[in-house]
Design a protein around this ligand. Structure first.
Ligand code: PMM
Length: 249
């Protein structure tokens, strides 16, 4: 199982408090994650925490492009965490080699065509709406069935836009339009996502459902979950604390 290290170049990410917002800090943090053994670095310039405001495309690119251009020299694959086709394209030109779209192509009508054209792996996450509204959208009758059905629609949309099957990665979207119990139920049934036949990414690191008020205090639970998930056949976990998660593996 791979470990994707999170590099949020945002002033308002919930789990690392905007510690790595400025350019030199972000690059240093990315290099630290690589030194700790990250297999992939996921660079994002727009917070998706519940309630977050959107940033402009120009500001999003300003936060991430220079960081990507610099980190690429370290030789590890970089994913761009964005819902925007224009940011994804600029990031791939700068050296990113994976697109991580938390909206699974729903936020930007040009995203799937762009991913197909760029011919890079595309991570489609389960998503129901932007941060400001997502808590109201966490309503399910048959949770896992519905999440899988909605992910299947995104898979079909990506394939029909021309994303190749071998470039598609899926993610159940822990914490996105999910109640705390929903996240646990998805983790319990993660095998059903693996059975869809695509690599599965899980991003649970330091999220609210793990309990506690301080995100860094959720690290122990994150590490335990990484250990549990390493037995499930998933492709990768997306985590803040690379060293601890690598250690448990
Ligand atoms: N979670 C966040 C951001 N990007 N991408 C994927 N594929 N999966 C996730 O679960 C995910 C993501 C929000 O968490 P952060 O603010 O700690 O980065």
């Amino acid at each position: 199982m791979l470990v994707m290290g999170i590099l949020n170049a945002t002033p308002d990410s919930f789990a690392d408090g905007g510690e790595h917002f400025t350019y030199p800090d972000a690059v240093d943090h990315g290099l630290k994650l690589i030194a700790e053994g990250a297999d992939i670095i996921d660079v994002g310039g727009e917070s998706t925490r519940p309630g977050a405001e959107r940033v402009s495309p120009a500001e999003e690119e300003r936060r991430v492009i220079n960081v990507i251009s610099k980190l690429v020299d370290a030789g590890k694959p970089i994913s761009i965490d964005t819902m925007r086709a224009s940011t994804a394209r600029a990031a791939v030109i700068a050296g990113a080699s994976i697109i991580n779209d938390v909206s699974g192509g729903l936020a930007d009508a040009a995203m799937l065509d762009t991913a197909a054209e760029l011919k890079v792996p595309y991570i489609a996450m389960h998503w129901r709406g932007h941060s400001k509204e997502m808590n109201n959208l966490a309503v399910y009758t048959n949770l896992v069935d519905e999440v899988i059905a909605e992910l299947n629609l995104r898979i079909e949309a990506a394939l029909s836009a021309g994303v190749s099957k071998s470039n598609l990665i899926i993610d159940p979207g822990i914490g996105f339009a999910k109640q705390p119990a929903d996240n646990w139920a998805i983790i319990e049934e993660i095998q059903r996502f693996v059975a869809l036949g695509y690599p599965v990414l899980v991003g649970a690191s330091r999220k609210r459902f793990l309990g506690g008020d301080d995100p860094t205090a959720r690290e122990a639970a994150t590490v335990a979950l990484t250990k549990q998930l390493s037995q499930s056949g998933i492709w990768a976990v997306r985590v803040h604390g690379v060293a601890a998660n690598k250690a448990v593996l």
